[in-house]
Design a protein around this ligand. Structure first.
Ligand code: IPE
Ligand code: IPE
Ligand code: MG
Length: 255
């Protein structure tokens, strides 16, 4: 008899050679620049090249979902000049890179509280999503003005708006009821999380979905991240034993 009274994963995924979903906190742009006596913004500009390389490398390796944390709900606290530069880079990337995404079969999606962005940026996001919506080789999600706590809250609000009877019967609320309202309901939970830049924290990124993700931290600053660094992370991932609550022995005997 199989009983999973309060399983924290919806389903146990197949563990393949290449992770299906890779989620990355692209960190270390500022320190990369500082090391070179350059302004932090120079690091962000170089970071865009690393995004290009990573998208291409993931596509070539058969990754199906790549999620990149580009701007957190907490990043508004940075100096105004840095925030404006980051917004400008986002606009530029949407203006210039979408053709390349189409060529590579990449579907672009942007998640986060987009209401905080100006109308021009929102229109560009909408247009890029529409132009790539028929593509499926790789789904690239950019998390912008995103926070994991925001995501859980907005999902709860939308769920209760759609099913007001749940407020009267909270016992009927379970994970599978909430999951479809999370902003990345279209993707399986990440298999591999990568954070560059040496910090070992989650910084409010996908806190719901990372419950059983393999967490990989590298000191490499994001502007230096490349295909070889990605392969190192994949190599490490292949050596993991994903147990999802089971014992090692159970994994060796098909259940
Ligand atoms: C990540 O690099 C980029 C964003 C948060 C937008 P940082 O700018 O955080 O770089 P460090 O951590 O200061 O080096
Ligand atoms: C996390 O990086 C957010 C992004 C990469 C967009 P931060 O550099 O802002 O994270 P903390 O604040 O140091 O944890
Ligand atoms: Mg940082």
């Amino acid at each position: 008899m199989k009983i999973f009274p309060s399983s924290t994963t919806q389903a146990i995924p197949e563990t393949g050679e290449v992770p299906v979903h890779v989620a990355i906190i692209m960190d270390g742009n500022g320190r990369w620049a500082k090391q070179r006596l350059m302004p932090r913004t120079a690091g962000h500009m170089r970071g865009v090249q690393a995004v290009r390389r990573t998208v291409e490398a993931c596509g070539q390796r058969g990754v199906r979902y790549l999620t990149l944390f580009a701007f957190s709900s907490e990043n508004w606290r940075r100096p105004q000049q840095e925030v404006s530069l980051l917004m400008r880079l986002f606009v530029q990337a949407l203006e210039k890179e979408v053709d390349k995404l189409v060529e590579q079969g990449v579907r672009l999606r942007v998640v986060g509280d987009l209401g905080a962005f100006d109308e021009h940026l929102r229109a560009l996001i909408h247009d890029a999503e529409r132009r790539t919506e028929h593509l499926s080789t790789l789904t690239l999600t950019i998390a912008a003005n995103y926070g994991g706590r925001w995501d859980i809250l907005q999902a709860t609000r939308r769920l209760l708006a759609a099913r007001p009877e749940l407020a009267e019967r909270p016992d009927a609320l379970d994970e599978s009821a909430l999951a479809p309202y999370l902003s990345m309901a279209y993707a399986p939970e990440p298999d591999l999380f990568i954070r560059t830049g040496g910090e070992q924290r989650i910084s409010n990124f996908m806190i719901w979905q990372l419950a059983y993700t393999e967490l990989y931290f590298t000191r490499t600053y994001w502007p230096d991240f490349n295909a070889a660094a990605l392969d190192e992370a994949f190599e490490w991932y292949r050596g993991r034993e994903r147990r999802f609550g089971r014992t090692s022995e159970q994994l060796r005997v098909p259940q």
